[in-house]
Design a binder for this molecule. Structure first.
Ligand SMILES: *Cc1c(COP(=O)(O)O)cnc(C)c1O
Length: 368
């Protein structure tokens, strides 16, 4: 048995072929073509959000969203995320200020944000990590009080709803990632969701070199357009997204049956008012209460060809490119979680007997 940590969902080959066939008639391959427009329409309907802009990937969506808001100075964010979150800040000539996370769901600790605000702070960039929803009400209250923008990294949160509201509608803007490893994907791809019309107009320009019209370029943009083949993949995958998520849910529930309630093994709490997407299955292995630590469990599973992921390790403030400037000691909870978390394999096609075997191996190792 060999199990990868994730496996991209693919539509039937013929379905994709059919979807891209008319591109041979139109010969319109990129630059906001008909597939792009259609996917944009279908996604805004599926997510129940007013407006969405598509991009070549999630990172550029985030980077250009930060640019579009014209931010300066400091942005408060979490070190417990993917490299993209902080890189998007720094590549906009902004300074990241790392706030610790909470021990409950590993999102930014909203109670620690205010003490980090300075006269230079202009925005908060929280992450719905693993699809766990940030303390949005508290974050918005702080942002309002101090006149800050809130831009969410919602890369993990496709389709997630709380009390019937899609979390992509939170804040001034939210970024979604449609990377091949995400729940919904367009091979590579991403989006910005926001209620502001002006923002979408600006993003349209920024993802196309800042070109306003044939003779006017008045923004320093990038090239971040989603092409027609990506959009076609999205149109296919969106048709199957509900069953994709339902199958992931079955896998997650099977894991829970095996691992819930074991001392020293902590799973994310499931909340009643949330509709999840089951993108990840993070487990905290508490080395104080277990005979072996996360790193050994990772290695031993690898020996058995079970590929898990230390996600997120290292913390962003411990990356070689940031370590000389930032100190992970200032975010102790994040440091602790990063050293004890392991994301177990989860994808729609993962078989129950594979989940059973993975859990058996883990339980054997930790003597439970
Ligand atoms: C995947 C991811 C991104 C970047 O998205 P891409 O589409 O891969 O560019 C950003 N932040 C987080 C938390 C992610 O997981």
């Amino acid at each position: 048995m060999e199990v990868r940590v994730t496996k991209s969902s693919m539509p039937d080959f013929t379905e994709y072929m059919k979807e891209i066939q008319d591109l041979w008639d139109t010969v319109w391959l990129t630059n906001m073509g008909s597939k792009h427009q259609l996917l944009q329409k279908h996604l805004s309907k599926y997510l129940n959000v007013e407006k969405i802009s598509l991009f070549c990937n999630g990172h550029m969506a985030l980077e250009l969203a930060l640019q579009a808001f014209g931010l300066t100075g400091q942005v408060i964010t979490t070190p417990f995320s993917f490299a993209s979150t902080t890189h998007a800040i720094v590549r906009n000539d902004l300074t990241p200020v790392f706030c610790d996370i909470n021990e409950e769901d590993y999102t930014i600790d909203a109670d620690k944000i205010e003490q980090l605000i300075t006269p230079k702070t202009t925005a908060i960039l929280p992450v719905h990590v693993y699809g766990n929803i940030c303390d949005h009400d508290k974050i918005m209250e702080i942002a309002k009080k101090h006149g800050l923008k809130v831009i969410y990294d919602a890369a993990h949160a496709f389709g997630i709803e709380k009390n019937g509201v899609n979390v992509a509608s939170y804040g001034d803007a939210s970024m979604l990632s449609f990377h091949a490893t995400k729940v919904f994907h367009t091979i590579e791809g991403g989006a910005v969701v926001s209620a502001y019309d002006w923002l979408h107009e600006k993003l349209y320009q920024l993802k196309n070199f800042g070109i306003k019209n044939e003779e006017v370029v008045d923004e320093i943009g990038a090239n971040a357009k989603m092409n027609e083949f990506q959009a076609a993949m999205g149109l296919c995958n969106l048709r199957h997204i509900d069953s994709e998520i339902a199958r992931r849910k079955r896998v997650a529930e099977r894991y829970r049956e095996h691992l819930e309630g074991i001392a020293g093994v902590k799973l994310c709490r499931i909340k009643d008012d949330v509709k999840y997407n089951y993108a990840y299955f993070p487990v905290i292995f508490d080395s104080d209460r277990l005979p072996l630590d996360r790193d050994i469990i990772f290695e031993k599973l690898k020996e058995q060809h079970i590929f898990t992921r230390k996600y997120f390790f290292p913390l962003i403030n411990e990356f070689d490119c940031y370590r000389p400037i930032y100190h992970a000691a200032k975010t102790p909870v994040a440091k602790k979680i990063a050293s004890s978390v392991l994301c177990l394999p989860i994808f729609a096609d993962l078989e129950w007997n594979e989940v059973d075997e993975i859990c058996r191996l883990i339980k054997d190792m930790i003597g439970k």
